[in-house]
Every structure is written in C-alpha cells, then in structure tokens.
Design a protein around this ligand. Sequence first.
Ligand SMILES: Nc1ncnc2c1ncn2[C@@H]1O[C@H](COP(=O)(O)OP(=O)(O)OP(=O)(O)O)[C@@H](O)[C@H]1O
Ligand SMILES: [Mg+2]
Length: 246
Amino acid sequence: MSNSIVDKNYDFFATDTALKVEGLSFSYSRKQPPVIRDISTNFPKNCLTVIAGPNGSGKTTLMKHFNGLFLPRMGKVVVFGHELTKSNRKHIQKLVGVVFQNPDEQIFYPRVYDDVAFGPKNMRLRTSEVHRRVNNALNEVKIIDLKDRITFNLSFGEKKKVAFAGILAMKPEIFVLDEPTIGIDPWSKPKMIEIIESFKRKRTVIVITHDFDVMKIADRVILLKEGQLKGEFSSFEDFYQQEFVH
Ligand SMILES: Nc1ncnc2c1ncn2[C@@H]1O[C@H](COP(=O)(O)OP(=O)(O)OP(=O)(O)O)[C@@H](O)[C@H]1O
Ligand SMILES: [Mg+2]
C-alpha cells in the first residue's frame, strides 16, 4: 500500500488518528502575544470531536490551521500521518473540508446547484460525477428540494446547509464546521443536530461550538481557554461538571 498522501491509493485506514496537532502556537503579529499556545491533541478517525471555549479563546484560529489556511510556524499539524507543509497543502485541502461560521463567505453562485457543483468541477471531475456528488451532498443535508433555488433568497439556515453541501461534495475525509448551529432557531435545531451527527457515518467530524446541544452528540469535547488546551472530555457531562458545577 502506498504511503504518499498524494497517491490515490493512499491507505487512510493505516492510522487511527485523522488529525493531530503538536505543540502548535500562533500569533497574528509579532507585537501581539500568541492567541493559541502550545496546543497538542489528536482527533480520532470517524469520531465527532467538539472544540469548545469562550469567545476569543482561539478556536477559529486553531481551525484555520487544519487545512493549511494558516501554515504552522511553531508546532505541527499532521493529517493522516503526514505533516502539513507548504508543498502538500493543496492535497491536504482536498482531505480537510472547512465550513466557516458565516455562509455568505462561502456561497458565490446564484443557483444552489451551481454553488455546490463549484468544488467538484474545480476538481476536474466528469459532469456525471459532479452531478452525482451534488445530488448526494444535497440529500445528505436534506435540501435536495432547494437545488434550483436562488442562493441569495435562501433563509440563513438554508444557506448554512448549502455551505455544508458545497464542502461535502468535495468528499473530505475530515469535515470541520465552525459554529454550525449559530443563528438556527430552536424549532429547526433538533433537525440540524441530527444532520451534524449523521456526518460522522462517513468521515471524521470536528465541530467548533458553544452549543451544549451539539456537545451532547460529541464523542469527545476539548476545551480551549485563552489559547490553551484546558481539558479533554469523553462526554458532555464530564465537560459540564468540570466547567460549570465545581
Ligand atoms: N485577523 C486577526 N488579526 C488579529 N487578531 C485576530 C485576528 N483574528 C482573530 N484575532 C484575535 O485572536 C483571538 C482568538 O480569536 P478567534 O477568532 O480564534 O477566537 P474564537 O475562539 O474563534 O472566538 P469566537 O467564539 O468569538 O468565534 C482573539 O483575541 C481575536 O481578537
Ligand atoms: Mg470563532
């Protein structure tokens, strides 16, 4: 079996860890202190890990390292056993799909179908394969009926799902979601949580959230505070006990 991440036959299943962070620190400028400091943790394959923490604790900054949007200057990011570098960043970006908090940052095309097709088309896939992937992705987030709608007219919650589908259509091995339930009303939230939970059937999922309802479906919760890793928990109950009861 090949061990090059660039190779189509790369054996993802050779490692139990999808993504690993080692001694990662980052500051936005030399004058500012680091906003994440010496973070080391593993994201197990096919698990749903939540990254929790107060506003400004560095969650989004950490996430931007997962697919090479930020390249590590201090420390490492390792994806399926391969250290992320400038030279393999393009390949790593195919493996790690990131959905930002605000769907307007991710939706560009006027028609839902075209927006979701953008990623697969960019991968130079055949039209039939693009079509299959768009349909699968829209079905997975349960918005196939929105396929021909104008993206700009969609509700916020619908736009979020289009943004999810756009990344899913590229078939990432690791799916990263920043605050997927922010702005989702309490009537729609249970369905949204069901959809998020279903994502881990086919891939590794990392969710950044403050939302207790999302933490309840997590296999693991990690806690960031002031840029540092302050805890790792195997359930929401353990996390809640440490943070809000004691
Ligand atoms: N582009 C930037 N330039 C300078 N500082 C930044 C930049 N982006 C974020 N920061 C700072 O880095 C720190 C961590 O921000 P980050 O967005 O990673 O936090 P967060 O945990 O995602 O917060 P939230 O829950 O509010 O989304 C904050 O103090 C923030 O002000
Ligand atoms: Mg954030």
